[in-house]
Design a protein around this ligand. Structure first.
Ligand SMILES: Cc1ncc(COP(=O)(O)O)c(C=O)c1O
Length: 472
């Protein structure tokens, strides 16, 4: 017997992996195996061992062999035996000996920045734990047994139906469940679309001159060349699109500069895609959060066959959930599914069912409305603080989203970013988001994420921000 898994789950509440290597008497092998399991920390202090009879049956040894082994290890101090509570691993401060493999002390936690004004995350302290848990419970209660088998790579139909209705109502997306593919978020969608020979798209890809460096790196890793399009206050200059067959845009809220793509540019982008047989990748990363006017609908609604619309819950709920969706023109559906693989390998099916319930039950709308209100108040506080303490700093891109751009006097961005580091204020300069090959002018500015701090920490973060801005 080289080693054995002892499945005594219903008796001790856990499987027991014992390495009973070597020839010789079974008793000696069992003693060695149990000592090693305790010494290495695999059997934690207090763990209850299986009764003699069941361990003997599982290992195929005599009952007395187990009884003698336990008695020996109790005598040595490895185990304790008490009437009524069975035989347990002795309580020790830490596993014995220098061979201990399991660390007994948690490593020190890395401390985050004192004031976190980085863009990119919603207020993590506002995650709707109770409502999510209620949806999770309902989803598990109602899920058919087959939901716990291998998942369909397209995603659960319950979620695709819920998204079809939600995206039509809230974002003006025209689709049907068969055109939706569930993924783990925008980054995953990019990977699927440009998955080498298996992917449905090839580079070069036109992108906005300012965008998320992480996405550019991801595309570079997939050998996709990106070509920067200049921006102005109406968004990307789509009239300058060249020979590319695909363009990546953030039409609802340019990332990170903040304006919506002008309606004439939206129409021009669709005309370009029709004329060239090309496609628009629409990154709808924070489309739900618009404060001053009606939400800007998705470009996808203008021509569902020319736009791949991509969204996720990363801004609306949490980037930790890793849940997103792609609304795909018919001609790409099979290719995207093929890139995803035969089975769902990314988005947990119980989480998909939970999100479906969360949407259908109205919890998603309630949460988005609540957060919109909260973020709007934060945005107003940011604007008011700057008006008082730094009236010379212009705030832009504030009609939507979870971040604002502060325009700085020319030549000051680097020194302000350095001052922020000294004052432990985490934020990014605009240069951080600039495409390395961009040719447009490079304004100085800061990208300030006002959603990130917890509610109680926001006031201090604003004071610290005002403290690092250049004097007027
Ligand atoms: C520009 C942009 N696109 C997309 C996303 C969403 O990415 P993901 O869905 O991969 O979390 C983010 C961040 O949340 C973003 O800043």
């Amino acid at each position: 017997m080289a080693d054995s898994w002892v499945n005594s789950a219903e008796r001790i509440g856990a499987d027991l992996h014992l390495e009973m290597a070597g020839a010789g008497p079974r008793r000696a092998a069992l003693i060695r195996a149990l000592r090693e399991a305790v010494r290495s920390g695999r059997l934690a202090p207090g763990t209850r061992l299986p009764p003699y009879r069941s361990l003997a049956a599982d290992l195929g040894v005599a009952r007395n062999t187990v009884a003698d082994t336990y008695a020996e290890l109790v005598a040595e101090g490895w185990l304790t035996a008490r009437q009524g509570s069975g035989t347990r691993v002795a309580e020790r401060a830490e596993p014995l000996g220098a061979h201990a493999r399991v660390p007994t002390k948690a490593p020190p936690r890395a401390r985050g920045p004192r004031h976190d004004l980085r863009q990119g995350t919603p207020d993590a302290s506002s995650f709707p734990r109770a409502a999510w848990l209620a949806s999770y419970r309902r989803a598990l209660q109602q899920a058919p047994n087959e939901a716990f088998g291998p998942g369909d790579p397209a995603g659960r139909i319950e979620l695709r139906r819920a998204l079809t209705e939600y995206l039509a109502r809230a974002r003006g997306v025209r689709t049907e469940p068969e055109r939706i593919v569930i993924c783990s978020g925008f980054a995953h969608a990019l990977r699927l679309l440009f998955a080498g020979t298996g992917g449905v798209l090839r580079g070069p890809l036109a992108v906005e001159s300012y965008g998320l460096g992480f996405h550019r790196e991801l595309l570079a890793t997939a050998a996709v060349r990106t070509v920067p399009l200049p921006l102005d206050e109406d968004g990307a200059l789509v009239g300058e699109l060249g020979r590319e067959r695909a363009v990546l845009l953030t039409p609802a809220h340019q990332f990170p500069t903040g304006g919506p793509l002008h309606p004439s540019r939206r129409a021009a982008a669709v005309d370009w895609a029709r004329a060239r047989g090309g496609v628009i990748l629409e990154d709808d990363y924070d489309g739900e959060f618009r404060y001053d006017r009606k939400p800007v609908g998705a470009v996808q609604g203008l021509d569902p066959e020319r736009v791949i619309h991509i969204g996720s819950v990363s801004k609306s709920l949490s980037p930790a959930l890793r849940l997103g969706w792609m609304v795909v023109p018919e001609r790409y559906v099979d290719g995207v599914l093929a890139a995803k693989g035969e089975r769902e390998a990314w988005a947990s099916v119980p989480d998909q069912l939970t999100l479906a319930d969360f949407i259908v039950s109205g919890s998603y709308d309630r949460h988005v409305r609540r957060m919109r209100q909260r973020y709007r108040v934060r945005r107003d506080r940011l604007v008011a603080a700057l008006a008082t303490h730094a009236p010379h700093v212009e705030v832009t891109g504030i009609a939507a989203g979870l971040h604002a751009v502060l325009r700085l006097p020319p030549g000051t961005e680097q020194s302000v970013v350095k001052a922020a580091v000294w004052q432990e204020v985490a934020l990014d300069g605009l240069a951080e988001f600039r495409h390395p090959a961009a040719t447009m002018s490079a304004p100085d500015g800061l990208v300030v994420g006002y959603a990130t701090p917890a509610e109680h920490a926001y006031g201090a973060a604003l004071d610290a921000l005002c403290g690092v801005l250049p004097p007027g």
